[in-house]
Design a protein around this ligand. Structure first.
Ligand code: 5AD
Ligand code: SF4
Ligand code: FES
Length: 346
């Protein structure tokens, strides 16, 4: 099995692997520690020891899509829907800045609750605070993405979720994988830093399919890659499924780090939901970003993508202190920079 060590060596030195090699890494658990350590070295070498914090504002849980895995899907009548006013969103961003965040992530379900003019207003006001802005509001037209970019948005998160055509079709009624790829291409062309990622452990997903996901991140040269386990939600059609595991998610993340050495990779909330040291373990296995929640009050409980989501009863101030403590405890520092991707000239 030393061929696994040879594959790890190739990955660490060339940042390139074949699909067959990725499948081999995913198929054995014997060399997981070596994989995580290699990803940690590559992280340290390319993006350093600083951890970038992004303050996450979940500004509306209204969604017109029906993704089978997600608690916010349109057909989930149990969800009490909310949408914050533009001025409330701007105020949350301002408070996030007060806690020392340099970036806010404005995330919502996919909907038309906010007009393009509303979004323009929110983005330009938040930008005027001196914050970097990441949007995560779903599939839109290129024209809309362009308005947001001109208003001051810097980055955009849109996970591909899975590159497996069959699975994508089954889990996303009324949506097309092609359109999602079109969105990512448009965003790149408009000059956004583009984030994508996948769910690990979807029904029917194989390690071959996960290898394709990783190669997709590389092929589009993603600036950010967020991924985590699929956690079954009892109020969705996937209630009875098994879901993904922490270790497989961590492995997919570590391999992603090896192949995209200078990307920004978050230690995701879903990982911590399955393992109480999940984010720290991820930070020690290739991740360099954390996205603490800065949504306030009852709205945290109402943005329930999956059960067991962490921090739903905590305050923004508490989470900020909590995560800073954890980061310092592993000898890393919280960055005071914007944390744009710095492309390595190799
Ligand atoms: N388990 C884990 N992650 C989920 N997401 C949605 N539903 C779930 C779930 N049940 C993720 C999707 C989406 C992101 C905002 O949340 O990947 O892109
Ligand atoms: Fe809506 Fe996003 Fe959930 Fe899909 S994953 S149902 S688009 S909030
Ligand atoms: Fe929210 Fe630790 S980050 S309680």
């Amino acid at each position: 099995m030393t061929d696994i060590l040879a594959i790890l060596h190739t990955a660490e030195t060339t940042h390139s692997l074949t699909k067959a090699e990725i499948v081999l890494l995913l198929a054995t658990n014997e060399y997981d520690q070596q994989l995580f350590m290699a990803a940690d070295r590559v992280r340290s070498k390319y993006v350093g020891d600083e951890v970038h914090l992004r303050g996450l504002i979940e500004f509306s849980n209204v969604c017109q899509q029906n993704c089978f895995y997600c608690g916010l899907r349109k057909d989930n009548a149990k969800v009490k829907r909310y949408w914050l006013t533009p001025d409330t969103i701007i105020e949350l961003a301002s408070k996030a800045q007060g806690y020392g965040y340099k970036t806010v992530v404005l995330q919502s379900g996919e909907s038309d609750v906010y007009t393009i003019a509303d979004m323009h207003y929110i983005i330009s006001k938040v930008k005027a605070l001196g914050l970097a802005i990441t949007l995560s509001v779903g599939e839109k037209t290129k024209a809309e993405y362009e308005v947001y970019k001109k208003a001051g948005a810097d980055r955009y998160l849109l996970r591909i979720e899975t590159t497996d055509r069959e699975i994508y079709k089954k889990l996303h009624p009324g949506m097309e994988l092609e359109n999602r790829i079109r969105c990512l291409t448009d965003l790149k062309e408009l000059g956004y830093e583009v984030g994508t990622g996948c769910l690990v452990g979807l029904p029917g997903q194989t390690i071959e399919s996960l290898a394709d996901d990783i190669l997709f991140f590389k092929a589009i040269d993603a600036d950010m890659i967020g991924l985590g386990p699929f956690i079954p939600n009892s109020d969705t059609p996937l209630a009875g499924e098994l879901g993904g595991t922490f270790v497989t998610s961590l492995k997919v993340m570590a391999i992603t780090r090896l192949l995209l050495p200078d990307a920004n990779i978050p230690a995701t909330t879903a990982m911590e939901t399955l393992n109480k040291e999940g984010r720290i373990t991820a930070l020690n296995s290739g991740a360099n970003v954390v996205m603490p929640n800065v949504t306030e009050g009852e709205y945290r409980q109402m943005y329930l993508l999956y059960p067991g989501k962490i921090c739903i009863n905590d305050t923004p101030a508490h989470c900020r202190g909590c995560i800073t403590g954890k980061i310092m405890a592993i000898g890393r520092q919280v960055s005071n920079k914007y944390g744009y991707r710095v492309k390595n000239k190799q």
